[in-house]
Design a protein around this ligand. Structure first.
Ligand SMILES: Cc1cc2nc3c(=O)[nH]c(=O)nc-3n(C[C@H](O)[C@H](O)[C@H](O)COP(=O)(O)OP(=O)(O)OC[C@H]3O[C@@H](n4cnc5c(N)ncnc54)[C@H](O)[C@@H]3O)c2cc1C
Length: 260
């Protein structure tokens, strides 16, 4: 991953929680709005930090969430997030946001963070690999690429544990229908009743579809184990780590690099 691309300076804002929409039984899309006239500077693929008193103990926490939509030129004071409720803790995060929405209380955000934003040559093929809520970054980057180059070559692979973990499928399928060079593949790790999509590990499915990833630029979003495992497996068909972009490179560097 290259680190020489300039990013806007990090800044803090008070925002209102203007919308909370359920995407499936445990995933919520959150819309945050800064005061009129504010421009929230970020690059597609970056994340923000949200300050919430999650444990209701007067000790607010700063939590990281990927920005899920590209900067809207008509509403540059708006950002959207996709938050998955995977534990009591993330349940309380969403509860805090519902409370802020109901009580019209502002919350603090800090943005923008992360080096794994869209920075690649759109003439080259792009591979997007996401697990679970990692699709949030892929959605944002895809919106940006299609805006700049609707014919870009994009292959999106999204894996989840269960059939009903997927969301925004209509959006991704309609992109695949409208853009001849965009492919979208949903994957479950193992066969489940009623599932007609692909099954297996992400790298296995990608290897079934591709034989040469030498020129491919890859954005990977998920656990460190998934990201590093996928990169290592796909190296056999040419994927180069220097052509890969992921937040895990920053918050969970490879063990051997830590020791070096
Ligand atoms: C760069 C980045 C981007 C992310 N983007 C997204 C995103 O777009 N959508 C999304 O849903 N999640 C995202 N996350 C994860 C998110 O920041 C939170 O970690 C997540 O919402 C916590 O919920 P959980 O169910 O995973 O909690 P858990 O698995 O219970 O805990 C995960 C972490 O939350 C903290 N935590 C848990 N319980 C407590 C507690 N009682 N008090 C204090 N801290 C606690 C700890 O830091 C813990 O390591 C992102 C994380 C990072 C680093």
């Amino acid at each position: 991953m290259k680190n020489d691309v300039k990013t806007p300076p990090v800044a803090q804002y008070d925002v209102c929680v203007t919308k909370i929409e359920s995407l499936n039984k445990h995933t919520f899309e959150i819309e945050l709005l800064a005061p009129e006239g504010t421009i929230l500077h970020y690059k597609s693929g970056q994340y923000l930090k949200l300050e919430l008193d999650v444990n209701n103990d007067g000790k607010p926490l700063w939590l990281s969430y990927t920005i899920s939509s590209r900067l809207d030129a008509d509403k540059p004071n708006k950002v959207s997030l996709i938050i998955q409720v995977a534990s009591d803790f993330s349940g309380k995060v969403v509860d805090c946001l519902f409370a802020a929405n109901t009580n019209n209380q502002s919350v603090k955000i800090m943005l923008a963070m992360g080096k794994a934003f869209l920075q690649t040559n759109l003439e080259q093929p792009h591979l997007f690999v996401a697990a679970g809520s990692g699709i949030s970054k892929i959605k944002c980057i895809t919106e940006e690429i299609l805006h700049r180059n609707p014919d870009a070559n994009i292959n999106i692979y999204w894996s989840n544990r269960h059939n009903d973990d997927f969301f925004l499928l209509e959006q991704f399928h309609s992109w695949a229908t409208a853009h001849k060079n965009l492919n979208f593949t949903t994957i479950l790790e193992s066969v489940q009743s009623g599932w007609t999509g692909r099954t297996g590990f992400l790298y296995e499915v990608i290897q079934q579809d591709h034989t040469d990833l030498k020129e491919t630029q890859a954005y990977l979003c998920g656990s460190p184990k998934m990201v590093y495992g996928t990169i290592d497996q796909l190296n056999a068909i040419g994927l180069q780590e220097r052509n890969c972009y992921s937040d895990v490179f920053e918050f969970s560097p490879r063990a051997e690099k830590l020791e070096a």
